[in-house]
Each structure stands twice: as structure tokens, then as C-alpha cells.
Write a protein that binds this ligand. Structure first.
Ligand code: FES
Length: 118
């Protein structure tokens, strides 16, 4: 499994996030919540709203469009049967954040640290 640098941990506020673009064009949302790092698909599987416009709390993210809520660790839809988000392996070492992929080239990173709305 390969690891690719996507950003500095210092760019994430306590509950901040940034986006990265994968080689296949998918956008990933990297975020910090309750002291943990997560990397998930950026777009909601319902109608494609950007999930960073929603709310994050207690290891869950709620889409700001229609309130579908997902578990950040499993990707499971918690109030929307049949929907789930893709979750990516993310690690941090020496203040650097890495996503892990099997044999994929490095993702392009669009770095835009913003603060989540609660
Ligand atoms: S677009 Fe996210 S819940 Fe509808």
C-alpha cells in the first residue's frame, strides 16, 4: 500500500478541513473531528452537495442540503438507508497527513483550510 502526502496537520484547525483531488478525479474531504483525522468523499451520495458545507460532530457528518448523516469511520448512512460515503485510510506522521492507496499515483491537492460550521 502506498502513502501520499496531501497536507500539513498544522493547516487543520481543531475542527477544520481541506480537499484533495484523486487521480481518478474524485474529490476527497480531509478533516479533523474530535481529535481524529478522516478522509471521505467530498460530495454527498444523495444529490452531490459538498459535505464541507454541512456539520461535523461526534465522528459524524451531516450534509447541509437534506441532513443525511454519515458515520465518519464506516461511511454508513445513519438516517438514510441505502446511502453511504466512501472512507479513505488517512495517517499522520511528523505533522504531515497522508492518504493510503493501493498502487494509485499521488493525488493532486487543492489546499483550502476552512473552518467547519457548527
Ligand atoms: S444532497 Fe446531501 S442529503 Fe441531499
Amino acid at each position: 500500500m502506498k502513502s501520499f502526502f496531501v497536507g500539513q496537520l498544522s493547516a487543520l484547525e481543531e475542527e477544520g478541513f481541506f480537499t484533495a483531488k484523486l487521480p481518478d478525479g474524485k474529490e476527497v474531504l480531509v478533516l479533523r473531528c474530535s481529535g481524529s483525522l478522516y478522509a471521505i468523499q467530498r460530495r454527498c451520495p444523495h444529490e452531490g452537495a459538498p459535505l464541507e458545507k454541512g456539520n461535523v460532530w461526534n465522528k459524524m457528518i451531516r450534509c447541509g442540503q437534506h441532513a443525511f448523516t454519515f458515520d465518519l469511520e464506516t461511511g454508513e448512512g445513519l438516517n438514510c438507508t441505502g446511502y453511504r460515503i466512501e472512507c479513505y485510510a488517512v495517517t499522520e506522521k511528523d505533522g504531515k497527513i497522508f492518504l493510503r492507496f493501493d498502487g494509485a499515483p499521488a493525488p493532486k491537492v487543492r489546499f483550502a483550510a476552512l473552518k467547519m460550521i457548527f
